[in-house]
Design a protein around this ligand. Structure first.
Ligand code: F3S
Length: 104
């Protein structure tokens, strides 16, 4: 499935192998490449702070993206979700008890 997604975009396959052959670029995760294949270069996260009940789950599950702000509700403090935190950001979205997190 991952490979099929890669084949849907121009140049992605060649770029994949070029990067795979370069050890310094080996930090790219499978999810990051799948997103790249879909045309999503990066993920963004948003918290609807008005609805946040301050349970702290998101900041606990994905501290690379979410934190509890000084005024109470959670906030996103990065412009883009780091590739290595994509899975945990989605986990935070799915676990938020009031569904005020969007990750896309
Ligand atoms: Fe608030 Fe949901 Fe995080 S309630 S603290 S945004 S998990």
């Amino acid at each position: 499935m991952f490979w099929n997604n890669l084949q849907k975009t121009d140049n992605t396959k060649d770029e994949f192998w070029a990067r795979r052959n370069n050890d310094s670029e080996d930090h790219y995760t499978q999810n990051a490449w799948a997103n790249k294949a879909k045309g999503d270069i990066s993920m963004k996260a948003v918290v609807d702070r008005d609805g946040c009940i301050e349970c702290g789950l998101c900041a606990s599950v994905c501290p690379e993206v979410f934190r509890m702000a000084d005024d109470g509700p959670a906030e996103v403090y990065v412009d883009e979700v780091p590739a290595e935190a994509e899975d945990s950001a989605v986990e935070a979205q799915e676990g938020c008890p009031v569904s005020v997190i969007t990750v896309e």
